[in-house]
Design a protein around this ligand. Structure first.
Ligand SMILES: Nc1ncnc2c1ncn2[C@@H]1O[C@H](COP(=O)(O)OP(=O)(O)OP(=O)(O)O)[C@@H](O)[C@H]1O
Length: 328
């Protein structure tokens, strides 16, 4: 089966900045795939390489089997991109902007007009069709970027921070719409700073940092790598604690009536903790388990990666880079 995205050892250097440092991963057709990483991790650079806005310094990438450089047109025609920046022609009514876009991708005029209408209706701004982009509200601008990405009927929809700066209601509307597109077969590549968004929408996520892949897994798998916190409410404030250092327990602390036990798995230690408390004459009134959020795991993973890089650099790596490539 042809992969939707195949990136293999991608490198992108801007002067002495290595925006991509050997990035490799694969996205299956029909997947909802998230790209997570801190600011400057290389997410937008990766997208720019896929859509031909930046030329990789090394490695290769394919979109539905087409090399993004040597088969630029074929690859690009499969992609709809809703970028982070509002890079829209501001002088034409928005329906015309969409028609031009479809025309540029080889769609004949009558069909282009039809597609423009459909895309505007899909994102819910059809009544604004004769308005210029500048006159749309911030939320409508986000909707419009999505319409523009959809007008070429893409197989791969790339959404770079699609809900940045929109209100909660619109964010949920956009989620529903994107989920529907995915259910209808469109492959989605999403970058977002709202980890909750990735957790809710994505089948798998890649965590990238400093231009490198740290991990690829389902949100659930990633969360299970974080720690659980067992929160016990005691009948009365505890003065001292019995020894709770069972296998898998990272720490135990008490504050008044609240005892918190941080462990790899709350389920694996709960019975031992309660029995030990009971033996020590400490009665438990209530118990709750809090699983690590994807956000916590993400922060841990990117911090660990940061520390590893620093050690590596301390040990003599000079990170040299060559000249800046001419951009397309
Ligand atoms: N055109 C450019 N010229 C020079 N450096 C660049 C250019 N584009 C990106 N960079 C650098 O490459 C690195 C990766 O940037 P990129 O925008 O890809 O990160 P990002 O993960 O998308 O970040 P954010 O989450 O902030 O959007 C950064 O250090 C950035 O400063």
């Amino acid at each position: 089966m042809t992969l939707a995205i195949e990136a293999d050892g991608l490198v992108k250097e801007y002067g002495d900045v290595r925006a991509l440092d050997g990035l490799s991963f694969e996205v299956e057709p029909g997947e909802f795939f998230g790209l997570l990483g801190p600011n400057g991790a290389g997410k937008t650079t990766f997208i720019n390489v896929l859509v031909g806005l930046a030329r990789a310094t090394g490695g290769r990438a394919e979109v539905f089997g087409h090399d993004v450089e040597s088969e630029y047109r074929e690859a690009r025609n499969r992609i709809g991109l809703a970028p982070q920046e509002f890079n829209v022609d501001r002088f034409f009514p928005i329906h015309e902007v969409l028609e031009h876009k479809a025309g540029y991708h080889g769609v004949p005029p009558a069909e282009a007009a039809e597609r423009a209408a459909t895309a505007l209706k899909t994102v819910g701004i059809w009544e604004k069709r004769d308005t210029r982009f500048d006159w749309l509200s911030g939320g409508m601008k986000r909707r419009f970027l999505l319409a523009r990405a959809l007008v070429t009927d893409p197989d791969l929809l790339i959404l770079d921070e699609p809900t940045a700066g929109v209100d909660v209601q619109l964010r949920r509307d956009l989620w529903r719409l994107i989920e529907r597109l995915n259910a209808e077969g469109t492959t989605i590549l999403l970058t977002t700073h709202y980890i909750e968004e990735a957790e809710r929408l994505c089948d798998r996520v890649a965590i990238v940092d400093s231009g490198r892949k740290v991990e690829v897994a389902t949100p659930d798998e990633l969360r299970s790598r974080g720690t659980d916190t067992l929160v016990l409410t005691l009948e009365s404030p505890a003065v001292g604690l019995p020894d709770l250092s069972f296998d898998g327990v990272h720490e135990a602390s008490v504050d008044g009536r609240e005892l918190r036990v941080v462990a790899d798995s709350a389920g694996a230690v709960a019975a031992d903790v309660i029995r030990t408390l009971d033996d020590a004459g400490i009665a438990v009134a209530d118990m709750d388990v809090r699983r690590a959020s994807l956000e916590e795991v993400f922060v841990d993973m990117t911090r660990l990666d940061e520390e590893a890089t620093t050690d590596y650099e301390r040990n003599g790596h000079d990170g040299d880079a060559e000249s800046v490539e001419a951009e397309r």
